[in-house]
Write a protein of this length. Structure first.
Length: 143
């Protein structure tokens, strides 16, 4: 159970996120915009209200993403527990190295974008330019 003071902080943050989302508009005079990818991927009108649990989930996700080598650490420890021979070889079998990190980065690939129905043969720049009208409509008019 979370202490009352911390719960209030998470609720206040959620209220602030939801207030911002409610104030974003594509109408004339709005200076508040979502990042371009929200328009490019057609997500700007599909945002659900933010809840304190969403903040906690993001904290855990960030925490997890900062431990790039968790799989190697786990494998290394399992090997060390398995036998004396593997204990002696554990560092060689699963070394502490940054060369392997590039294989562990989680990003959207083409199949993910196809599955989401967002695939396009156009470049990201071309898609941005296609959606520029939405962005321009939301720009405040300047004198």
């Amino acid at each position: 159970m979370m202490p009352e003071a911390k719960r209030e902080i998470f609720e206040a943050y959620s209220d602030g996120v939801n207030d911002f989302i409610a104030s974003v508009s594509l109408s004339e005079g709005s200076a508040k915009l979502f990042p371009p990818e929200f328009y490019i991927f057609g997500l700007y009108n599909k945002i659900r209200p933010w809840h304190p649990i969403d903040s906690l989930a993001n904290i855990l996700l960030i925490n997890f993403s900062l431990t790039w080598d968790w799989a190697q650490d786990f494998t290394r420890e399992v090997n060390k527990m398995e036998s004396e021979e593997l204990r002696n070889l554990a560092e060689e079998l699963t070394p502490f190295t940054s060369n392997y990190l590039v294989n562990m980065v989680t990003v959207l690939d083409d199949s993910d974008v196809h599955r989401m129905g967002k695939w396009s043969d156009k470049s990201l720049g071309e898609r941005y330019l296609e959606n520029l009208a939405h962005l321009k409509a939301a720009e405040p008019k300047r004198n």
